[in-house]
Design a protein around this ligand. Structure first.
Ligand code: GLA
Length: 712
């Protein structure tokens, strides 16, 4: 630890190093990448980075500092944008002190002109190599400071990382990667939806031309924030590029009184030379080590039965009990009562806000249903959507002034609902009291916390945008409930996939990945999602044969085979399915449970597969066992499938190979399916030669189990 400022600071983790250059007025990343050898010094890196004076430019090229400064001649997007009534906007901060404790650097800089202090915190997580980074600004002046931007520390992008993979999507089709070439100018994604959003996930990968799932260099970056954000990758005329991720404020939204601080959301980053699989491996490891709460850390993730696509709003006590019986029979371990259980809620047109049990359906409250569920050895979960209110509700009739707005524009309804202003004390008090009472009165193990619309109109009653404070108020409410109910687990659901980020993971335990239970679409959605999030928090349900989101018909083998790789559940009317389907489902859930420890604790591996095919796996941390999935989505252009090349196995070991799903794989004539089962093949053969796939129908899946053979 030191308080005087040295020229360089180096952090190391298992496979990565980060070097911060403090020689200039503002600190900057000199290097972030694979772990440097002992032979490499920061001075050498600095020497290697020597750049000539640019022609027709300022003599001293401006640094891509942690918070790049316009006053220092930086022509890109300044990392902190502020002013005091139009003045004191040009920041030129000088580094004052640097502390290095437990692999975390805290760098304090001050700008006397703007009267601010900047505190940059950067840490490298030893075992997972994840970089965490924040920027904090303190108002040291005596007047209010208007803050337009305060991004997390800026990351210089290596010159040869010339590809950008961002994410787009929509409801029921989230986490869709879009790859483009880096270009001169800025790639910018902005989100103003007041949640993480379906269409602009705050994550991005920058990589080289030839990076793929298993090899090549890349940075994976993610902003852990559940509100508005902006991501920017900008290539400057100098050829240099940088990544800047931060919160997005509406005009006038953020101001700091003298002495007040604002801290950016945390930027999470991974750097790899081993392809996208290594990005997911690092992020998954970090979530497990640092974000997963103790209430679920050592707990098996119970298989869900969720009532939504089984009955929608058509709830009856008897029907729910019948569903609970069949759910338990096929293997569900948690019964989640979805929307429709509370007062005035017969459809999505009314009732939100009235968090009292609907006694017309549950004559004696929820107690008898919960008792019935628990008698079947299942946990009980309940759906809530606390941030919302229907105009047709007792709550809104009593408190029409509790909603966010954009006066004088008319209130915008979305799914017939409005958004409560959580920054109001009385709203917080009401919601806490209602949820706390429900959790105290009933034996509820789990809340599915929904948020089914964007915040189009983010103003409070005084006309000021509250996006930032609304998100923090949500975090506060969740934190209060979790403190009051330390064993209750919470799922983050926002129409599926709309609030998925590392910020919400500090307060929730599972994410409902998407409202689409279409197994084919799910393969792509889950692939995007799993770049950042580990399988045990990825809600994945076996839906109905005719998928409600797409109308596509998929067989039970396929639906089970895809849901198996997440936190598995069922979301279909089990009173409707025939015995054969029920037995297949039962076997699938049993298989999931048999391998759940591996599926939820292993190392995820992404395979390179051609378009229309999908392949991935999970390998035990000791490498002794693995499960791989291969799915054929479309009709192939060749008569027979290609080779499936595995990845991540130990090349020198031998593995016994079994096909564990479907239970009865069928093929047109003798194929690998008949000959491979229980054979022993080397890791080398599986990785470098690959298994010849059989002729498969479109929309079918094969799951392989590999176990290392101990040579005697
Ligand atoms: C959202 C959720 C669904 C379900 C409905 C209930 O769409 O994503 O899973 O809970 O709300 O209204």
């Amino acid at each position: 630890m030191t308080n005087s400022v040295e020229s360089f600071y180096t952090l190391h983790s298992r496979h990565c190093s980060l070097v911060i250059d403090c020689r200039g007025n503002a600190p900057a990343i000199l290097y972030w990448g694979s772990r440097l050898s002992e032979a490499t010094s920061p001075d050498m890196l600095s020497l290697l980075a020597t750049r000539q004076e640019l022609q027709a430019c300022q003599a001293q090229e401006a640094l891509i500092a942690l918070s790049p400064e316009a006053a220092a001649g930086f022509m890109g997007s300044p990392g902190v944008q502020m002013h005091r009534s139009g003045r004191q906007w040009a920041i030129y901060a000088k580094t004052k002190s640097v502390n290095l404790v437990d692999n975390q650097l805290t760098i304090i800089s001050q700008c006397h002109g703007a009267e601010i202090q900047l505190t940059h915190c950067l840490a490298l997580h030893e075992s997972t190599d994840v970089l965490t980074a924040t920027t904090e600004i303190t108002n040291n002046g005596s007047s209010a400071l208007w803050l337009d931007r305060c991004d997390a520390p800026c990351i210089p992008v290596p010159m040869h990382y010339n590809k950008i993979q961002g994410f787009t999507g929509r409801w029921a089709n989230e986490f869709q990667p879009v790859s483009i070439d880096r270009f001169p100018g800025a790639y910018v994604r902005e989100n103003r939806s007041g949640r993480t959003s379906h269409d602009s996930f705050p994550g991005i990968v920058v990589h080289t031309e030839d990076t793929n799932e298993s090899s090549g260099s890349a940075y994976g970056l993610h902003l852990g924030w559940s509100g508005n954000h902006q991501l920017r990758i900008e290539e400057q005329h100098t050829g240099q590029a940088y990544a800047q991720l931060g919160e997005l404020f509406f005009p006038g939204e953020m101001s700091l009184e003298p002495g007040e601080k604002y801290c950016s959301p945390t930027l999470y980053g991974t750097s790899t030379d081993h392809g996208f699989s290594a990005i997911s491996e690092s992020f998954h490891g970090y979530v497990r080590a640092s974000l997963t709460d103790k209430r679920v850390r050592n707990k098996v993730r119970p298989v869900h039965f969720n009532t939504w696509e089984a009955v929608y709003f058509d709830l009856s006590y008897d029907r729910l009990c019948e569903l609970a019986d069949v759910a338990a029979e096929v293997g569900a371990e948690r019964f989640v009562l979805d929307d429709g259980w509370f007062k005035n809620r017969k459809s999505d047109k009314a009732g939100l806000g009235d968090w009292f049990v609907d006694n017309s359906v549950f004559v004696d409250g929820l107690g008898p249903l919960i008792d019935h569920v628990k008698a079947k050895n299942m946990e009980f979960g309940l759906w809530v959507e606390p941030e919302m209110v229907n105009p047709d509700s007792d709550l809104y009739r009593a408190h029409p002034d509790w909603v966010l707005n954009a006066d004088p524009a008319p209130l915008i309804l979305s799914r017939n609902q409005l958004v409560l202003d959580l920054t109001r004390t009385e709203v917080q008090t009401y919601l806490f009291e209602r949820l706390d009472t429900l959790l105290t009165e009933y034996s509820i193990n789990y809340l599915k916390w929904d948020m089914n619309r964007a915040v189009y109109q983010p103003n409070n009653q005084s006309g000021r945008a509250v996006g930032h404070h609304q998100t923090n108020a949500l975090y506060t409410l969740l934190a209060r409930l979790r403190t009051a109910h330390p064993t209750v687990e919470i799922e983050s659901c926002s129409s599926g996939g709309g609030r998925a980020d590392f910020g919400i993971l500090a307060f929730t335990d599972r994410i409902w990945t998407s409202d689409s239970n279409d197994a084919l679409d799910r393969l792509a959605i889950q692939k995007g999602f799993s770049l950042f999030f580990p399988p045990e928090i990825m809600g994945a349900h076996v839906g109905p044969a005719i998928c409600h989101a797409t109308g596509r018909v998929l067989n039970m083998d396929m639906r089970v085979g895809v849901a198996m790789f997440g936190h598995m559940g069922i979301e279909a009317n089990l009173l409707d399915i025939n015995d054969e389907q029920k037995q297949t489902l039962k076997a699938g859930l049993a298989l999931h449970k048999q391998h759940r420890k591996l599926l939820h604790g292993g190392r995820s591996v992404r395979l390179n597969t051609p378009h229309g095919q999908s392949g991935f796996g999970v390998i035990a941390t000791d490498g002794g066992e693995a499960i791989f999935s291969y799915a054929q989505l479309d009709t192939l252009s060749h008569s027979v499938g290609a080779r499936l090349r595995f990845s991540g196995l130990d090349e020198d070991s031998r593995y016994e190979v079994k096909i564990i799903w479907p239970l009865k794989p069928t093929s047109y004539s003798t194929s690998i399916l008949e000959v491979i089962d229980e054979s022993v093949i080397s890791g080398d053969g599986l990785i470098n030669v690959g298994i010849q796939l059989p002729i498969m129908l479109p929309a079918s899946v094969l799951i392989f189990h590999l176990s290392r053979v101990i040579e005697s």
